[in-house]
Design a protein around this ligand. Structure first.
Ligand code: LLP
Length: 386
C-alpha cells in the first residue's frame, strides 16, 4: 500500500471523502516537467475535466502548466486558480455563446473548433467585441484508441472533430471570416491508452495530415495532440507516476514537426489519477440471496461513477482490518443495481466501521460526482493539511 495513511485523522472526517496526496501530485508534475524540458517546443495543458478541485488546480498552475478547458465554468475556475489566460485553451464539441464570450473576454490562447457552424459563431461573437479569436481545427483523424468504447473519440463514427474530407471547405470559409485567425490543429483520440503503439500510429497519421496542410501552403503554429495517456488501475503502487518517459519518447521518435511548431499535450488522467483515493466506511456486511458476501459502504456511484459507467476496475484495500482474504461484492447505498464498486474484491474479513480506500480515483472521480438520491457531494482532504 502506498505510504502510510493517517487513519486517526481519517476517523475524524465523515466518510466518504477524497484523499489527495499532494506530494505525489507534485512529484508527478516534476516528472512531466523533466521529460518535456528535453524539448523546448513541448507544452502540457492540464485537461481540467479530469479534476477541477481548486487546490489541485492551484498546484498545477503554480507548477507552470497550461489548462485545457471544455466549458465556461472550467475557464472561470482556471482563471481563479491562477492560470494565465494566455495558457488556457478552450475545447469542446458544443460551446454555448456565453462560454465563447467568457473565453473572448478573458483573452484565452485559442479555441479548438469542431465544426463550420461553430467557427461562424465564434467569428460573429468576436466581431461583436471587435476582437480576433485564434482558432485551431479539431481534426477527426479516424484512429482507434483501443480503449473502452465510451472513451474513444478519434474514430470517424464519433461526434468529435472535423473530417479531413471537409477540410478544404473549412479553410476556405475560415479565410473569408474577418474575426478568426487560424493557428493550429487539434487532435484527441481517446483516454486510458496504455499501448505506446497507439500513440505511434496516431503520430504517423498526424505527420500525414500536417504534410497535407504544408502542401496547401498553410502555416501551422500549434500541433495539439490531446491527452490519453493511461494509468495502472490494477497495480497503483507499481506505477504511482505514469510512464511519461515512454510517452514523450514515443512522440519524439514518431512525430515530425517543423522546427518552429509548438507541440501541445492535454493530459488529464495521468496527472491526477494516482494522487486521489476515495475513502469509505463499511456500513453493513451480509450475504446476498446466492450466499455471496456483500459489504455495503457509504460511498456510492454518486461519488465515483467509473465502475458503474465503464465497468472500470479500481483496486480496493482495507485500511483497518487484516487477515485471510475472501471475496466481497462491494456495493454502495444508491438505489441502482449498477452501484457496485467491485463484484469480487479480495479483502480481509470486513466488519461495520472498517475503512476502505478505493484507489486511483483522482481522475474523473470527484469531477463526475452527482447529487443523485440527494446525496451530499464528497468532500476532499489533502495530505499536506493533516
Ligand atoms: N483532450 C480532450 C479533447 C479530451 O476529450 C480529453 C478527455 C482529454 C484531453 C484528456 O484525456 P486524458 O489525458 O484524461 O485521457 N470519464 C472518462 C474519461 C473521459 C475522457 C474525456 N476526454 C473516464 O473516467 O475514464
Amino acid at each position: 500500500m502506498k505510504g502510510s495513511f493517517p487513519i486517526e485523522k481519517f476517523n475524524t472526517v465523515r466518510t466518504p471523502f477524497y484523499y489527495y496526496d499532494t506530494e505525489l501530485l507534485r512529484k508527478t508534475l516534476d516528472t512531466i516537467k523533466a521529460e518535456t524540458g528535453k524539448n523546448d517546443n513541448y507544452h502540457v495543458h492540464y485537461a481540467v475535466k479530469a479534476n477541477a478541485n481548486r487546490k489541485l488546480l492551484r498546484i498545477i498552475s503554480a507548477a507552470g502548466f497550461g489548462a485545457d478547458c471544455v466549458s465556461g465554468g472550467e475557464i472561470k475556475a482556471c482563471l481563479d486558480a491562477g492560470f494565465p489566460a494566455e495558457k488556457i485553451v478552450f475545447a469542446g464539441v458544443g460551446k454555448s455563446d456565453w462560454e465563447i464570450n467568457v473565453g473572448l473576454d478573458a483573452g484565452i490562447a485559442y479555441f479548438n473548433v469542431e465544426s463550420i457552424p461553430e467557427l461562424e459563431v465564434i467569428n460573429q461573437l468576436a466581431g461583436e467585441k471587435d476582437k480576433i479569436a485564434r482558432v485551431s481545427f479539431r481534426i477527426n483523424p479516424d484512429v482507434g484508441a483501443h480503449t473502452h468504447a465510451n472513451i474513444t473519440t478519434g474514430l470517424a463514427e464519433n461526434k468529435f472533430g472535423i473530417a479531413m474530407a471537409d477540410m478544404e471547405k473549412v479553410i476556405e470559409i475560415a479565410a473569408s471570416l474577418k474575426h478568426v485567425e487560424f493557428v493550429g490543429l487539434h487532435f484527441h483520440i481517446g483516454s486510458q491508452i496504455r499501448q505506446m503503439e497507439v500513440f505511434e500510429n496516431f503520430c504517423l497519421k498526424v505527420n500525414t495530415i500536417k504534410q497535407w496542410f504544408a502542401d496547401q501552403g498553410i502555416e501551422i503554429q500549434y500541433l495539439n495532440l490531446g491527452g490519453g495517456l493511461g494509468v495502472d488501475y490494477d497495480h497503483p503502487d507499481a506505477e504511482p507516476i505514469p510512464d511519461f518517459a515512454s510517452y514523450f519518447d514515443t512522440i519524439h521518435r514518431t512525430l515530425r514537426p517543423d522546427p518552429h511548431q509548438q507541440i501541445l499535450f492535454e493530459l488529464g488522467r495521468s496527472l491526477v489519477a494516482q494522487c486521489g483515493e476515495l475513502i469509505t466506511r463499511v456500513l453493513y456486511t451480509k450475504k446476498n440471496a446466492l450466499g455471496r458476501d456483500v459489504a455495503l459502504v457509504d460511498a456510492g456511484m454518486t461519488d465515483l461513477i467509473r465502475p458503474a459507467l465503464y465497468q472500470a476496475h479500481h483496486t480496493i484495500e482495507c485500511l483497518t482490518s487484516q487477515g485471510t482474504e475472501c471475496s466481497y461484492m462491494i456495493g454502495g447505498p444508491v438505489c441502482e443495481s449498477s452501484d457496485i464498486f467491485d463484484q469480487a474484491a479480495m479483502l480481509p474479513q470486513l466488519k461495520r466501521g472498517d475503512l476502505l480506500t478505493i484507489r486511483t480515483a483522482g481522475a474523473y472521480g470527484s469531477a463526475m460526482a452527482s447529487r443523485y438520491n440527494l446525496r451530499d457531494l464528497p468532500r476532499s482532504i489533502y495530505s499536506d493539511e493533516l
